[in-house]
Design a protein around this ligand. Sequence first.
Ligand SMILES: Nc1nc2c(ncn2[C@@H]2O[C@H](COP(=O)(O)OP(=O)(O)OP(=O)(O)O)[C@@H](O)[C@H]2O)c(=O)[nH]1
Ligand SMILES: [Mg+2]
Length: 322
Amino acid sequence: MLLTDQHPHNKHIMAALLGRPNAGKSTLINHLIGYDLSIVSHKPQTTRNQFQCAFTIDKTEIVLVDTPGIHSSTLELNIRMNGQAQFGADGVDLNLILIDLTESIEGQVKHFLKEFEGKLARSWVVFTKSDLVKNLNEAEIEEKFQQVKSLLVDAEKYFVVSAKNGDGVHLLTGDLCDAAEPGPHLYPDGAVSNKNQRFFASEYIREQAFHTLQDELPYELAVVIDEFFDAKTKGEKTENTKISASILVNRPSQRAIVVGKKGAVIKDIGTKARKKIEAMVGGKVYLNLHVKVSPKWFKNNFVLDEIGLPRTQKSHRVWRKK
Ligand SMILES: Nc1nc2c(ncn2[C@@H]2O[C@H](COP(=O)(O)OP(=O)(O)OP(=O)(O)O)[C@@H](O)[C@H]2O)c(=O)[nH]1
Ligand SMILES: [Mg+2]
């Protein structure tokens, strides 16, 4: 569809969701678009790449940018993740600053401002996880907002939401629709993201690794898709989608944990990830997983580029493959 073929009353707004790790950015996006597109876990730093997710309400298209949570680290992987959050906020109409009501407000905003001081466009504050706070009253929330405003002076207004039970979410979407400007939709044909199925396949494998593996291991692990063959119909026979992926770990001992006894752990990760990928592609998937030791992959320029994390201005000098 050509942009000029669109309905003359179409409206559009793009907003970046920003905040500390675990603030609930990806969960809120999934709640709004109506299914589990973005990966979520109770561990911080789950999201590594920024990407867009689109949905429409009447003739208004709302494009939300999911971003990695802002955190302090000198590790190249983490520097690039913070860079992704900045990149995600670049050129948007609005920033939604997500603040977890169960954590210290000041701590969250101060950390966040270290990366974003002076770089933010228009911002609204979204207090999240309201279902976890008992007897929340308006005066308390107003006080918290004033606390935020003392650090983030341009914050225009606030919302209180729960992505778990949907409380307050309609007020946010209502105001997003009101703030949208007349203009063409970026995703007129119903696509939901600027990332492809190959990207989400790698995310769904990593998500299961995050859920299954303990301690620091998920942070020392990356997923690279080696081959992705779409399902093809030949005559009456539809072939399965075939995916080969490598799970990279830092040390040989980690490889043994990810593989598990007689391959039990990798099999479990693969089965769960395959089900989610099948739901995404709408057909059968043959998923082949390998675990590879790639020492210090999180400092390796080649690997970081491969997983969609380009260098930032704060990047270290990093290893290059000769
Ligand atoms: N009870 C409750 N839990 C929530 C809510 N929103 C998010 N969570 C939980 O909070 C944890 C973190 O959620 P995510 O959506 O992954 O947070 P995030 O901000 O995307 O985190 P990063 O990707 O690490 O930056 C998960 O365990 C979610 O289930 C909420 O409204 N209520
Ligand atoms: Mg996330």
